[in-house]
Ligand binder design. Structure first.
Ligand code: PAF
Length: 260
């Protein structure tokens, strides 16, 4: 069985947890290394996205990756870097998709092309990008691709901050504030109970983030973990999702709530 671990490089232990799982599950492990231009909108951080190919190759090698696929833009986009697939709108138009228009079209386009080039049986994605994971699952189902999509738990710093390549952008002062994102989600997940006022809990959570020093909250919402539809009342299979800014850095996180 062939595993694919798609990445944009700037590897951290979250990526390496995917590689470890792939190594344990499969006889051949391919990792891709490609900073995909079509998932960045104009004005986003495509140019400054951290890149350290030499270190990434060493880490992949040390963790038993058999093949690193590191295509150029022209290999993935021979006709120019334009998204040619559309992400399922009912999953992609809210949360990150509402503030990053076109982002998930770029993601499904590149992942479909990486699948075509690497032909994996299984592909692994981190659940920090939970919405992305669900959208890719749907894309695979809609196109009938013979790939099993596996979501892997978020890997965190000891203080709770979800690992992300973008954490490198944080100043020391921002880094001290950043764990409040996870703390806030955790508190919301713990407090949610039958009969609780979900809208009020989200408003309180947003206020807590702003008091802690977050500059802007793109969203903080409770949703069904499968359909990503807004949760109107407490029940099983819910998830709390957030995206918030510290200076020029946008952090995202999510956590299971309501027993699922
Ligand atoms: O999650 C990521 O790093 C990227 O969105 C992915 C899946 C590698 C596609 O470019």
């Amino acid at each position: 069985m062939i595993a694919l671990v798609p990445t944009m490089g700037a590897l951290h232990d979250g990526h390496l947890s995917l590689v470890r799982r792939a190594r344990a599950d499969c006889s051949a492990v391919v990792a891709s290394l490609f900073v995909n231009p079509t998932q960045f909108a104009p004005g986003e951080d495509f140019e400054r996205y951290p890149r350290d190919e030499r270190r990434d190759l060493e880490l992949f090698g040390a963790h038993g990756v058999d093949i690193v696929y590191a295509p150029g833009v022209g290999d993935v986009y021979p006709d120019g870097p334009v998204a040619s697939l559309a992400a399922a709108p009912e999953l992609a138009d809210s949360l990150c998709g509402a503030v990053r228009p076109g982002h998930f079209d770029g993601v499904v386009t590149v992942v479909a092309r990486l699948f075509r080039h690497c032909r994996p049986d299984i592909a692994y994605f981190g659940e920090k990008d939970y919405q992305q994971f669900r959208i890719i699952e749907r894309m695979v189902a809609d196109l009938g691709l013979p790939v099993r999509v596996v979501g892997m738990p978020i890997v965190r710093e000891p203080d709770g901050l979800a690992l992300s390549s973008r954490n490198a952008y944080l100043s020391p002062a921002e880094r001290r504030i950043a764990p409040v994102l996870h703390e806030t989600l955790q508190k919301m997940a713990q407090d949610l109970a039958p009969g609780s006022d979900i809208a009020a809990a989200c408003a309180d959570g947003r206020a807590a983030l702003r008091v802690a020093g977050f500059d802007r909250v793109d969203y903080l919402e409770v949703r069904d973990a499968t359909t990503l539809r807004p949760a109107l009342r407490h029940g099983p299979g819910l998830r709390v999702f957030a995206a918030a800014w510290l200076g020029r850095t946008r952090l995202i996180d999510n956590i299971a709530a309501g027993g699922g």
